[in-house]
Ligand binder design. Structure first.
Ligand code: PA5
Length: 437
């Protein structure tokens, strides 16, 4: 079976070939630090073997819980922010399809909350839930993050008003730390069903834990296939032969390009259903690498839509960009452009051609235009959008991100900078203990 492939031919000409040869040694050294847990942030490496270590008991408990919620819900609201929501959103959107209506048509429909503080967003959500049967999955590793905590208080009260306290408790599942945090205390007190986030798995590396798996299962997708795909990539990641290890190649080429002043990476795709996947990727790399005044700035684009907005800049703007394209070989559907004897629209040269054929030509044309414009291109191809290949992509990016962080000599597993805004906000809100900051 064909799996995830990486193609560096449009990136290699932009770096020094002799220098690049050193990476086959350099990246193995970084990988050794990960495996021996001797590098920075080594207390957060629980995700590395997760596709293999997650137990079959937990997987069936997740599937069972998802089935129970699905039976009683038109809507399942997933409350979380950062790593506690964006991974599952990425996979659910990639598998549901890109036409907006496809997601609203699902039963149950998955809706996210607590990833912003918008009064209008949450009011509209409450209004929408009024005549619907719904349940809540609330996710917070720390159990103290303000945005999801507020959303949970609002929705919990609504749920209790709707069903009464006892029945509301049966419609709430919490995913949080095993012992500590306000969410854990509340869950224990109210007797909610809970799943645990292991201490050694950071938020943005948690999509293959209950954090991502329960929402994905609630949406009706196959989490075992997702984990199988990730497991295959985990095995590939252990291959010390540089040319046979796509993760070594990706981590190395992006670092080599960074050293040639290519400090912005655009993750692009010609598949709109990968929009949230790009958001997940941006969080993973942005929060992991942007430290000590270093790091590649992660940006994203969906083509051909964004070729009509960002395309000009990418082609001709400041030359600090490289592009990584996720190319999906096969579509789910088969839609041909109809023939038309009148040909007023001058499209007959495309009659009876599949729309995806045109999309693929746009992809080829874009890559060569951007490479001509001095934008190095890395191409990552997967055969189709299903759980198995998305699992491969997730693990591919997680491991690449960790190695890439080590090549930059930063800790890819912490996020000290995120505390800054929180402290200012708490001081402004006069949160007890923060008055004098
Ligand atoms: O990657 C991370 O660690 C963060 O993005 C967290 O996931 C995010 O801040 C949410 O934290 P928590 O799950 O503790 O509410």
């Amino acid at each position: 079976m064909k799996n995830l492939q990486i193609d560096l031919k449009n990136a290699l000409p932009f770096i020094n070939q002799e220098e690049f040869k050193n990476y086959s040694k350099l990246v193995v050294e970084q990988d050794k630090k990960l495996n021996s847990k001797t590098g920075k942030g080594s207390e957060f490496l629980g995700w590395i073997n997760l596709p293999e270590t997650i137990s079959t008991e937990i997987i069936s408990e997740i599937n069972q819980t998802a089935d129970d919620l699905r039976k009683i819900s038109d809507i399942i609201v997933i409350i979380g922010i950062g790593g506690s929501f964006i991974g599952s959103k990425a996979i659910i959107q990639a598998l549901s399809g890109s036409f907006d209506h496809l997601q609203t048509n699902k039963n149950p429909q998955i809706i996210f909350a607590g990833h912003n503080l918008s009064e209008d967003y949450h009011s509209e959500l409450l209004e929408f839930l009024k005549d619907k049967q719904y349940s809540i999955v609330v996710i917070s590793k720390s159990g103290t993050t303000t945005e999801p905590a507020i959303a949970f208080r609002i929705l919990r009260k609504d749920l209790e008003n709707k069903y009464g306290k006892i029945d509301a408790q049966k419609r709430i599942v919490a995913i949080t730390d095993k012992f500590k945090g306000a969410l854990r205390e509340l869950a224990n007190k109210e007797g909610y069903k809970t799943f645990t986030i292991d201490d050694n798995i950071g938020g943005r590396y948690s999509v293959l834990s209950p954090v991502g798996l329960l929402p994905i299962a609630c949406a009706g997708f196959d989490i075992e296939n997702l984990l199988s795909g990730a497991k295959l990539m985990m095995v590939k990641a252990q291959n010390k032969n540089f040319n046979q290890n796509p993760i070594y190649q990706y981590a190395s080429i992006r670092h080599a390009l960074y050293l040639k002043n290519k400090s912005t990476e655009i993750l692009a795709s010609f598949n709109p259903q990968l929009y949230s996947f790009s958001e997940w990727w941006k969080q993973l790399f942005g929060e992991s690498e942007g430290k000590e005044n270093k790091g590649i700035f992660p940006a994203s684009a969906i083509f051909s839509t964004d070729l009509h907005s960002m395309g000009q800049y990418i082609q001709d703007g400041l030359r600090n960009i490289f592009e990584t394209i996720i190319s999906v070989e096969k579509t789910k559907s088969n839609l041909k452009i109809p023939a038309d004897t009148e040909n007023f629209d001058n499209l007959n040269y495309l009659s009876e051609k599949n729309l995806d054929f045109v999309n693929k030509m746009a992809e080829l044309g874009t890559i060569s235009a951007h490479v001509d414009g001095n934008v190095p291109n890395i191409k990552i191809t997967i055969p189709e959008l299903n759980e198995y290949y998305l699992g491969q992509l997730i693990y591919f990016f997680e491991k690449s991100c960790a190695l890439s962080g080590y090549l930059l000599e930063i800790n890819p597993f912490d996020q000290p900078g995120v505390e800054k805004y929180k402290n200012n906000m708490f001081a402004l809100l006069k949160k007890p203990g923060f008055e004098n900051i």
